[in-house]
Design a protein around this ligand. Structure first.
Ligand code: SF4
Length: 348
């Protein structure tokens, strides 16, 4: 029998898997915190677990992290890891250090089917969803590395953003199972307001189901009207801006979160004019939202270019003058292609 990873297992999973090999509920209770609180990567480290139990665990399961095929470090401290799973599929995950908080950007799929025109991942065809243990493996990978990052002023992983490769809401079963483990105070205990899931705009019931977690929602908007958004994001032809904003309002009322974040990538000559800013402000007025303006990070053979800082400032001023909470998001890891929309792996 092939060994199974326990990195995505909750208590009920452990209990079920353990009883199938003759172990007990008590064994599951003992082992769970070693996996999700102490985050050990070997059964031998579980010192209060009897030797005989550890031997059985080793025969049937594993806790090893996926192989890291490449680790790149940016001049700004951002790190990008290329992880390979047992079937040979690879994904990228990013660690963004900060004085007061460190963030991990997580992938949920191998490749992506959404085909957003400005996104490097969107050029890579969809291969498969990540399982819960493969999503969790990215968190374990960065937690393992924390002690080696001596330059960190704050040596903890505080923020998680599901903004890596893939559309999280097309992999909800695994996403939700991972969120349960990550938010559970008896397990990883991440704060609900430090976890953000970003969507390209899948307006299905799953998005509203996610409100039960009370986590932050980010919507990749990137255009002030349907004509422009249709060009940039094919998903808009199925779920237009009006549908997206309706669901954003509903999410706010159900999740009790402070605001929804609207991501807006400034693309020179495409969506960055004063008129675009005015129409965006009109669109978002009355919604408890915050706009993150992102300067475009180019990649090879991209047909888009980013706007100047002066243009971004002018766009920002218009939104602020119309009462829309807005910031220009600092781009990180641009020199190692770890910034927003730059992740891509070689198709195997
Ligand atoms: S922006 Fe997100 S949803 Fe769109 S293609 Fe890239 S990874 Fe997929």
């Amino acid at each position: 029998m092939e060994k199974e990873s326990l990195l995505g297992a909750n208590f009920a999973d452990l209990e079920r898997k353990f009883t199938s090999i003759g172990l007990t509920k008590l064994d599951a209770k003992r082992v769970l915190p070693w996996i999700h609180v102490k985050c050990v990567s070997s059964f031998d480290a579980m010192t209060d677990v009897p030797q005989k139990v550890r031997s059985l665990l080793k025969e049937n399961f594993f806790l090893e992290r996926p192989r890291c095929c490449n680790l790149q470090k940016s001049s700004d401290g951002t790190q990008k890891a290329l992880l390979e799973f047992s079937d040979g599929h690879q994904i990228e995950t990013v660690f963004i250090p900060d004085e007061k908080r460190n963030t991990a950007c997580l992938s949920t799929q191998v490749g992506c089917a959404m085909g957003c025109k400005f996104c490097h991942t969107g050029r890579q065809s969809f291969e498969r969803n990540l399982r819960c243990d493969e999503i969790m493996a990215q968190v374990f990978f960065w937690k393992d590395r924390l002690p080696t990052l001596t330059e960190l002023q704050y040596p903890h992983l505080l923020n998680l953003v599901f903004m890596g490769m893939g559309e999280p809401l097309l992999n909800v079963a695994n996403l939700f199972q991972a969120l349960e483990l990550l938010l559970d105070e008896k397990n990883h205990n991440f704060s609900r307001n430090k976890v953000t899931v970003s969507t390209s705009g899948i307006v299905e019931n799953d998005l509203l189901q996610m409100a039960k977690f009370g986590i932050k929602l980010a919507i990749s908007l990137h255009a002030p009207d349907d004509i422009k958004r249709n060009e940039l994001m094919p998903i808009n032809k199925k779920y237009n801006i009006a549908m997206l904003l309706d669901v954003a309002k509903e999410y706010l009322s159900r999740s009790n979160t402070e605001h929804v974040t609207f991501e807006y990538l400034l693309l020179s000559g495409i969506n960055d004019s004063d008129d675009d800013a005015c129409r965006l402000a009109k669109l978002l007025s009355g919604i408890r939202g915050k706009v993150n303006l992102i300067t475009f990070n180019s990649w090879n053979d991209s047909t888009f270019s980013g706007c100047s800082r002066a243009r971004a400032d002018a766009f920002l001023s218009i939104l602020l003058s119309k009462g829309i909470r807005t910031i220009i998001r600092k781009s990180r890891g641009n020199d190692i292609a770890a910034a927003c929309g730059q992740l891509k792996t070689t198709i195997k």
